[in-house]
Ligand binder design. Structure first.
Ligand SMILES: NC(=O)c1ccc[n+]([C@@H]2O[C@H](COP(=O)([O-])OP(=O)(O)OC[C@H]3O[C@@H](n4cnc5c(N)ncnc54)[C@H](O)[C@@H]3O)[C@@H](O)[C@H]2O)c1
Length: 276
C-alpha cells in the first residue's frame, strides 16, 4: 500500500489504460477521482470495485478538451478529498488521418483532447500541489509515437510529440517544487482504441510479429508502471519518458540477422495496425 492517503486524478479513467491505472492506484491505497465523458455505468462499476479495495472514489463528468472542465475536475478532487497528489493525463483519441487529408476539426479535436488537456491538467494540478505543499507526481500517457512517426495518424503523433516536450519542460520547471513529471510511452496495448486490429487475426499476427516480446501489452501492464512512477520508488525520475513497449521502439534501430524485425517489415506492419 505505497500510496496510502494519496489522492489521484485520472483523465479518461473508466476504460482501457485509464481504468487499469485507476484500479492499480487504488490497490496501492490511493483515493481516486475518475474523469469520464461517456459510459457513466462503467464509472459507477469502478467506484464499487474501489470501495471493495477499501478506498474512496468519485466519478466526475468532465470533457478534458475544455479548460473550464479541467479546472472543475481539480476543484472536485479538492472538495472531495482536500488535495491532489497524483495527476494522470491519460485521455486520448486518434483520427487515423494523414497530413494530406486531416481536416481542421480533426486536428483540433486530437490536439485539444490529447495535448491541450495534458498541458492544462498539468497546470491546474501543479498549482494545487504547490498550494498544498509536499510536492506531487504528474504522469502523462504518451506513446511510442511521441518519437516514432506513424504515417496516416499525423495529428496523433504531433500531440504525443508535444506531450513528450511538455513532460520534459514542465518536469524541469516544476522540479524545485518537488513535483515530478514523467511520461509513460506504451507500444500496443489491448484496449478499446485497438478493437479493429484485435478483431482481425491477420492484423494481430502482423502486429505480434513486429513486437520483440511477440504480443500486445495488457492494460494492467501499463497501470503497474504508472503506479510505480507515482510512488516513492521513482523519487529520482522526472522530465523523461518510460517506454513500456515490449522492446518495440529499440528494435527499430536493430539491423542484425533476425529479418523478422527489419525496419521495413516493422514500419509497414505497425502502420497498418496496433501501436499507438
Ligand atoms: N492502446 C494502445 O495501444 C495505446 C498505446 C499508446 C498510447 N495509448 C494512449 O493511452 C491512452 C488511453 O487509451 P486507451 O488505449 O486506454 O483507449 P481508450 O479509448 O479506452 O481510452 C481513451 C479514454 O479517453 C477518454 N476520452 C476521450 N475524449 C475525452 C474527453 N474529451 N474528455 C475526457 N475523456 C475523454 C475516452 O472516453 C476513454 O475513456 C490514450 O492517451 C492513448 O493515446 C494507447
Amino acid at each position: 500500500m505505497t500510496l496510502k492517503g494519496k489522492v489521484a486524478v485520472v483523465t479518461g479513467g473508466n476504460s482501457g489504460i485509464g481504468k487499469a491505472v485507476v484500479l492499480e492506484l487504488a490497490r496501492q491505497g490511493a483515493n481516486i477521482v475518475i474523469d469520464y465523458v461517456v459510459h457513466p455505468e462503467a464509472t459507477e462499476e469502478l467506484e464499487k470495485q474501489i470501495a471493495a479495495l477499501g478506498d474512496q472514489s468519485i466519478g466526475v463528468l468532465a470533457d478534458v478538451s475544455k479548460v473550464a472542465d479541467l479546472e472543475k475536475l481539480i476543484g472536485a478532487a479538492v472538495r472531495a478529498f482536500g488535495r491532489v497528489d497524483i495527476m494522470v493525463n491519460n485521455a486520448g483519441v486518434e483520427t487515423r488521418t494523414s497530413v494530406l487529408d486531416t481536416t481542421e476539426a480533426q486536428y483540433d479535436k486530437v490536439m485539444q483532447i490529447n495535448l491541450k488537456s495534458a498541458f492544462f491538467g498539468t497546470q491546474f494540478a501543479a498549482r494545487q500541489m504547490i498550494k498544498q505543499g509536499g510536492g506531487g507526481r504528474i504522469i502523462n500517457i504518451t506513446s511510442v509515437h511521441e518519437d516514432w512517426p506513424m504515417p496516416g495518424n499525423t495529428a496523433y503523433c504531433l500531440s504525443k510529440g508535444g506531450m513528450r516536450m511538455l513532460t520534459r519542460t514542465a518536469g524541469v520547471e516544476l522540479a524545485p517544487h518537488n513535483i515530478r513529471v514523467v511520461a509513460v510511452g506504451p507500444g500496443a496495448v489491448a484496449t478499446p482504441i485497438n478493437l479493429v486490429t484485435m478483431k482481425d487475426p491477420a492484423l494481430m499476427q502482423k502486429l505480434d510479429a513486429a513486437i520483440p516480446m511477440g504480443r500486445m501489452a495488457t492494460p494492467e501492464e501499463i497501470g503497474s508502471v504508472v503506479a510505480f512512477l507515482a510512488g516513492d520508488g521513482a523519487s529520482y525520475i522526472t522530465a523523461t519518458t518510460v517506454f513500456a513497449d515490449g522492446g518495440m521502439s529499440p528494435s527499430l534501430s536493430y539491423s542484425g540477422p533476425r529479418a523478422v524485425w527489419t525496419s521495413t517489415t516493422l514500419a509497414s506492419s505497425t502502420f497498418e495496425s496496433g501501436s499507438r
